[in-house]
Structures are given as C-alpha cells and as structure tokens.
Design a protein around this ligand. Structure first.
Ligand code: DAH
Length: 341
C-alpha cells in the first residue's frame, strides 16, 4: 500500500504542476481527492491492513491529502495571478500619453454679426420679435402696401406654395412688422432677424436664401431724426465711430419717405476702389417712415402715432464687417473659412 500511495503522490503532484487552467485543476482535485477519487479509494482499503500498519499508512495518506490540497491551492493562485497579469497587459493605458485635443467650435460670422446687432438694439431698448418663414402673401405684400402687379410678387421672383399665390416663403422680414403691430401694444420698438427667400441664382452676392434684420419703431412723435440717429448708432457700433453714412432717397411701398443707407467703403474710406466699384460708398440697408396706409391697416391712429422701419441684409452686414468678398463662403461650411472668425 505504501508503494501505491507514494506512486499516487508523485503522479498527482506532477499532474497538478502541469495543469494550465483552473478547470483542469478542479478536474484533478476530483480525480484524486473526490469521493470517488483515487486517494479516497486507497484509504477505503485501510481495513485490510494490520493493526501496526494502519496508523502509519493513515498518517501517510493524510499527509499526501494535505500536500495535494496545498498544491492545488498554490496552482489556483498562480493561475489567477497569471490571468490578471495578462488582462492588465492587454488593457494597459499609458496615462502619460498626450491627450487628443478637443476641437472647440466657433460662431458662424453671420450669427456673430446678428448677435452683435441684437446687443446693440437691445441696448437701445428694442425687443426681439419673430415671424413665420412660410407667410401669407397678404402679409408679405398687400398689408405692406404692395398691391397686385408689383414686380416683387412675380412668380419668377417668389417661391409660392399654391396656384393662387396666397402662401409663400417670405421674401422679406417686413411682414413681421404687421404681425407685431397686430399683436403688441404701443409703443413698439422691435427688431426681427430671420431667413428670407427669393428666386435668385447663386453668385458672389446672391443666394435664394439669406437673412434680414427688420426694425420697427412706432410711438408718438417719431420722426426721420429718430431713424437717422438709430441707424447711425448701429453703423458706428458695428463698423467704428468714424464710419460715415449717407441717406439716399429711394422708394419702398411701405415707407414714405424712403431711403437707402450707404456706408463709407470699408476698403478705401470713400476714395473709390474695386469693392465699392469706384463709388466710395456701399449700400447697407433700406429704411423709411412707415407709410400711413400700413399703420392704418393695423388699426393704428396716424393722427397720434408715427413710426420708422428698416431692413438690413445680414449677410451683407457680415461681409462688410469681416471683409468677406463672396457670399457663398458663408453657406459652404468649410471649416478653414469659418475658423477665421
Ligand atoms: N424689405 C425691404 C427689402 O427686402 C427692406 C426694407 C426697406 C425694409 C425699407 C424696411 C424698410 O422696413 O422700411 O428690400
């Protein structure tokens, strides 16, 4: 029996040492130490031994059981450590590596100039109004004193939704004037930035979609001097206090008198150059005293109230502000362009 036990020990310890995985170790434990295991089987033979031999063999068997148990435990720990090491190696993160830079976005030049304009007008006591981009032609034209037959209403110039030409993409922010006069109490002092649409071919200065900022002031005693003061303030704050303005007579159906406002060319300061086509001035916006028919159409008493209005192209404002020569750059979303502002 001693022979059998010693052989079992050699064989089992060697097998345990070579086991390469936890489940293999467990299988060996069952094989030798389990209820039906080989060591257990030898121990069951104990009864056949003589009284002298029995304690000696019992001791040896117990010793072997302890050795095997210890060897299996050591094997388990070694395998677990190896597994952990392998996992750590696989998942290793080098915290000293430089991080990937986070790219910070920036404002679009158009939004930048619109925000600047909002700030300037809010500072003068204006609030911001909004109106629909899908508009009724009555608001876009009729109620702005622009009757049937006016060239702006032509199907070639305007995006209509229906055959009766009643619903359209607004061609200007001016209809917001009517919405505001219908819904807000007097006095009124609002600006309204937003998109407008016209059937224009795309080129360096045209786009079928662009932005305008509309302005409207209605109160007692409003005169052309208020209009000039307000717009001069806008120009001086946007383009610098030395920038000169020129109020040139013009015609708009919804204002009387009407004007266009030019600013001194930012490139040549009035001398005449390529940017201003030799004029020394560039046109910035349209404005005027709100036509009495427009006020009356909104139920405003023209004996008591008067007002001024203006509409400025936001892309134009941004182009002059940042020296951008081509309108298309603003809609291409090329980061190399946008990152400059
Ligand atoms: N709506 C005009 C346009 O798109 C611009 C304009 C001119 C707006 C005079 C006004 C104004 O409010 O008074 O050309």
């Amino acid at each position: 029996m001693e022979q059998t036990l010693r052989q079992l020990r050699e064989e089992s310890l060697a097998a345990i040492r070579e086991a390469g995985a936890l489940d293999a170790l467990e299988a060996l434990r069952v094989k030798y130490l389990g209820k039906k295991g080989e060591l257990t089987a030898v121990l069951k033979q104990m009864g056949k031994l003589s009284a002298e031999e029995r304690p000696v063999m019992g001791q040896l068997a117990n010793q072997i059981r302890e050795e095997l148990t210890a060897a299996i435990e050591t094997g388990r720990q070694t395998l677990a450590e190896k597994a952990l090491e392998a996992r750590l190696a696989a998942e290793a993160t080098d915290v000293t590596m430089p991080g990937k830079p986070v790219r910070i976005g920036h404002q679009h030049p158009l939004n930048k100039v619109i925000r600047e304009a909002k700030e300037i007008f809010i500072g003068m006591g204006f609030t911001i109004a909004e109106g629909p981009e899908v508009e009724l032609s009555s608001y876009n034209f009729d109620r702005l004193n622009t009757g049937e037959g006016h060239p702006a209403r032509d199907r070639q110039d305007t995006f209509y939704f229906d055959d009766n030409d009643e619903v359209l993409l607004r061609t200007q922010t001016s209809p917001v004037q009517v919405h505001v006069m219908e819904t807000q109490p007097l006095p009124i002092r609002v600006i309204s930035p937003g998109r407008v649409y016209r059937k224009d071919e795309v080129d360096a200065t045209h786009s079928p979609m662009f932005h305008q900022i509309e302005g409207l002031v209605v109160d007692e005693g409003i005169t052309f001097a208020d209009l000039k003061g307000t717009l001069n303030e806008l120009v001086h704050r946007l383009y610098g206090p030395e920038t000169r303005t020129r109020f040139r007579p013009h015609h708009f159906p919804f204002t009387e008198p009407s004007c266009e406002v030019d600013i001194e060319c930012f490139e040549c300061h009035g001398k005449g150059c390529r940017v201003c086509k030799g004029e020394g001035w560039i046109e910035l916006l349209g404005a005027g005293m709100v036509h009495p028919k427009v006020l009356e159409g909104c139920g405003i008493d023209t004996a008591k109230y008067s007002g001024f209005a203006f509409g400025v192209g936001a892309e134009r404002m941004a182009m002059f502000r940042f020296g951008i020569s081509d309108l298309r750059l603003m809609f291409e979303n090329d980061d190399r362009f946008l990152a400059q502002f």
